[in-house]
Design a protein around this ligand. Structure first.
Ligand SMILES: CC(C)(COP(=O)(O)OP(=O)(O)OC[C@H]1O[C@@H](n2cnc3c(N)ncnc32)[C@H](O)[C@@H]1OP(=O)(O)O)[C@@H](O)C(=O)NCCC(=O)NCCS
Length: 153
């Protein structure tokens, strides 16, 4: 635990999953379902979900990613609205890079809505760069996805 009481660790059970689903529904217009996360959790070699805990929130935020050979594929990252903009997303990604490196990862990738300026600023600050575009990838509302890569985590 850090001095401010923030803990980052792998999702540990059904209570955490409920917290993750709350953050999902507060953050995305097409949230992942419980079944989608349960599938992730049965494939623990590849699929990883990390949660951020604060003194006020058992699950303040989370990140779900796959470890594919030497690549981290970030599928989802979100913080509770009340927990945004105070550095927790940065700390979570840095933690995942550290864990990923220990498991042999060297690169990381993710997709982001073109209009998600706050998230893009965070990713670029951490070393991600735009490498491609998937037209009309997102629905509700329809929007292009930018494909970002970090070539040396
Ligand atoms: C994207 C997200 C995970 C980042 O987590 P976070 O804890 O807010 O991230 P940080 O505080 O470390 O950094 C966020 C950046 O946005 C800025 N910011 C300030 N207030 C903010 C707020 N209320 N919400 C979001 N970002 C804010 C921060 O200043 C920071 O940028 P800067 O340090 O370069 O100025 C979080 O904002 C979130 O859950 N957003 C909604 C879901 C989402 O868009 N997920 C990404 C999908 S690809």
């Amino acid at each position: 635990m850090s001095t401010d009481g923030v803990v980052i660790e792998r999702l540990s059970g059904p209570d955490d999953l409920t917290g993750v689903l709350e953050v999902e529904s507060e953050s995305f217009t097409n949230p992942w379902t419980r079944e989608m996360y349960e599938w992730e959790l049965t494939n623990r070699d590849i699929c990883r979900v990390y949660v951020v805990r604060t003194p006020a929130h058992g699950v303040a935020g989370f990140c779900a990613f796959w470890l594919v050979f030497d690549e981290i594929h970030i599928n989802n990252i979100a913080m509770r609205p009340a927990c945004r903009g105070v550095g927790l997303g940065t700390r979570l990604l840095q933690h995942i890079f550290t864990e990923g490196r220990a498991m042999g990862a060297t690169r990381a990738t993710l997709e982001v809505r073109a209009s998600n300026v706050g998230a893009r600023r965070l990713y670029e600050r951490l070393g991600f760069a735009v490498a491609g575009l998937r037209r009309r990838y997102y629905t509700n509302p329809e929007e292009d996805a930018l494909i970002l890569w970090h070539e040396q985590i």
